[in-house]
Design a protein. Structure first.
Length: 387
């Protein structure tokens, strides 16, 4: 990064301006009621860095200064050196809001920074907790509790990436604004779990590690096997940073053997071998390394034509599933499901510039020129789609 900082713009990618997410383009983002109304109207997807991170900070800023907001709760894993998110939380505390923040002190390379911000938040009266003994907290959740009418409404931001304005311009990540009541119930239960107020073993919609994520993930993959065996087309698309978990890999092999089509988008470590006769002939593994670090986790299940998609912070590794607090959240809006399935995930499978395909022997190979209809760079296409 130091080398990249030199003044040689002729050697760098051309800059681009991130877009305002589709659900907020007609909204005056500095007007609290307009912002809240947009979220009440429907869930809003953010795809960084193609979509701006600014609305996330703006919603927190609105909440910090909104007299109707009672509470703000947030998980902080890797926020950086001058984080606008922390400044807003300090502002909320100064304005008399109840602010509770879980700061993960074992975020690798950010330990010193996180300790400093935790101390500053504590000095300003923020309720700071440091997670559960033996579990690293890696989930990305904001919960805003607002008084509306005779009751309360909970506004949430859930994400695959950190609340870090710098990496939001360098990492590819997905986030979502929602005020879904059941997801709000689950988020409240999760924060009560993290702060030690209660032990929760059941969640309505969220998949939370280490409580129910492994069980639910395995059940969702097995359901595709059942669909295939019952005459429906089984199809899985899993986009992760790493695939290491032996139990999940065994079930994916079973899915392939049953005839389920399995597309794996694994940027980094993959301990599964595709294309092995009689074992993994229906599995394809693609790694894309480009201008932006592919960081989002997206889990697609065809479910007999009734598509289900989960997004979140968890990779398919024992540490994530068994030894971390992770959250996967469902995508429920049909328009967002369509974007993720037909545009984003489909585009990942078209890339023939930055994509490398895992071979049965464990090596990676590019597509040969004869296998390419035309050049397609996924990340460049997503930039152009927003311009």
């Amino acid at each position: 990064m130091g080398l990249y900082g030199i003044n040689r713009y002729d050697l760098k990618y051309p800059p681009f301006k991130p877009a305002i997410p589709k659900g907020l383009r007609k909204v005056e983002l500095e007007e609290p009621e307009e912002f809240y109304a947009a979220i009440r109207e429907g869930d809003i997807l953010l795809h960084h860095p193609y979509d701006s991170f600014m609305p996330v900070v703006q919603l927190l800023k609105i909440a910090a200064n909104d007299p109707q907001v009672l509470t703000i709760k947030q998980t902080l894993y890797r926020v950086g050196k001058n984080p606008p998110v922390v400044d807003v939380l300090l502002e909320a505390a100064e304005n008399g809001k109840q602010v509770a923040v879980l700061v993960e002190l074992k975020a690798r390379f950010d330990e010193e920074s996180n300790i400093g911000w935790a101390r500053k938040l504590e000095r300003e009266g923020v309720h700071v907790v440091y997670g559960l003994l033996g579990l690293k907290t890696h989930s990305k959740v904001v919960l805003i509790v607002r008084k509306e009418g005779d009751g309360i409404r909970r506004y949430l931001h859930l994400a695959t990436g950190n609340y870090n304005a710098i990496t939001a311009g360098l990492y590819e990540d997905l986030g979502m604004f929602t005020c879904d009541q059941e997801i709000g119930d689950d988020a409240t239960s999760m924060f009560n779990y993290l702060t030690g107020y209660s032990v929760v073993n059941e969640y309505k919609k969220l998949l939370v590690a280490p409580i129910n994520l492994r069980e639910k993930m395995e059940a969702l993959i097995k359901r595709e096997i059942e669909h295939q065996q019952n005459g429906n087309t089984g199809h899985l698309i899993l986009k992760v940073n790493s695939l290491v978990d032996k139990q999940i890999i065994k079930i994916l092999y079973r899915a392939s053997q049953a005839g389920v089509k399995v597309d794996l988008l694994v940027r980094g470590i993959c301990c599964l071998r595709p294309g092995l006769p009689g074992i993994s002939e229906n599995i394809r593994v693609v790694s894309i390394v480009g201008r932006f670090l592919e960081h989002s986790r997206c889990y697609y299940f065809r479910n007999g034509g009734n598509d289900e998609i989960y997004l979140g912070s968890a990779d398919l590794m024992p540490r994530n599933i068994d030894r971390r607090v992770e959250v996967l959240f469902p995508v429920q809006d049909e328009e967002i499901i369509q974007y993720l399935r037909d545009e984003m995930l489909a585009a990942y499978q078209r890339d023939n510039i930055k994509a490398r395909y895992l071979q049965p022997d464990g090596s990676y190979a590019k597509l040969s020129p004869g296998d390419q209809d035309e050049s397609f760079n996924l990340q460049e296409w997503l930039i152009k789609a927003r311009q």
